[in-house]
Ligand binder design. Structure first.
Ligand code: DX5
Ligand code: ZN
Length: 225
């Protein structure tokens, strides 16, 4: 299994995004987690298509786009064209199962990886009807909308159940975790079977390169075991 660190630039310095990216690249991070918020699905507004478009030629990092927007189908092609490699959207932001299937189909038709994400209060069972068609399942460790929150109890246990499901069904689906990951709980996150680790404030607050390097050290040790 391939382990990836996906720092979330939501917690970065927006006046120096390029510099933050160079630092996480230098530390060995391979993915960039790009949190898109619309002020409706979540009570916050972040950034969107033009920012992704500017960053795309600046880095070869894998662009992991997390859409926290209502009716994500409306913007799949725009984010694909702007340079997303993976587009992940919320079960809770869709109208019904048909809408989810159509959105996954649109992401694949655009030639991108498709991810589906569930909020802390949503059961993992909501993922299973679609999981065979997904490249990635994402489990939220916090209520989406803001970086720097504490991980909600029970979310890692839920992730572990999804890992067991993926393995027992021999699925080729990455498992990502987003929210509340710190260097102190990273071992627990890895032990739950997460292979794509999002970290926002824990990487971007303070010495970015040193923080990302510390994360990579723990991840490499785990991957070697
Ligand atoms: C929350 C976002 C997260 C967030 C994680 O709405 O989806 O990606 O930036 O931030 P931390 O790692 O600080 O909890
Ligand atoms: Zn996110």
């Amino acid at each position: 299994m391939k382990y990836r660190l996906a720092p979330s630039i939501l917690s970065g310095d927006f006046a120096n995004l390029g510099e933050g990216i160079r630092q996480i690249e230098a530390a060995g991070a391979t993915d960039l987690h790009f949190d898109v918020m619309d002020g409706i699905f979540v009570p916050n507004i972040s950034f969107g298509i033009p920012v992704l478009k500017s960053l795309r030629p600046f880095t070869d990092m894998f662009m992991d786009v997390h859409l926290m927007i209502t009716e994500p189908i409306r913007y799949v092609d725009d984010f694909a064209d702007a340079g997303a490699d993976l587009i992940t959207f919320h079960v809770e932001a869709c109208q019904d199962a048909q809408d989810i299937e159509t959105t996954i189909g649109a992401i694949h038709a655009a030639g991108k990886q498709a991810g589906l994400v569930i909020n802390p209060k949503t059961s993992e069972e909501e993922l299973y009807p679609f999981i065979e068609d997904l490249e990635l399942a994402l489990i939220m460790g916090v209520q989406p909308g803001f970086g720097g929150q504490g991980m909600i109890d029970g979310t890692l246990e839920k992730a572990k159940r999804v890992r067991d499901y993926i393995d027992s069904h021999h699925l080729d689906c990455d498992l990502e975790f987003d929210g509340g990951v710190k260097i102190d709980n990273l071992d627990n996150v890895l032990e739950a079977g997460i292979n794509v680790i999002v970290a926002g404030s824990a990487v971007f607050k303070g010495d970015v390169k040193a923080n990302a390097a510390a994360f990579m050290d723990v991840i490499r040790k785990h991957a070697d075991v």
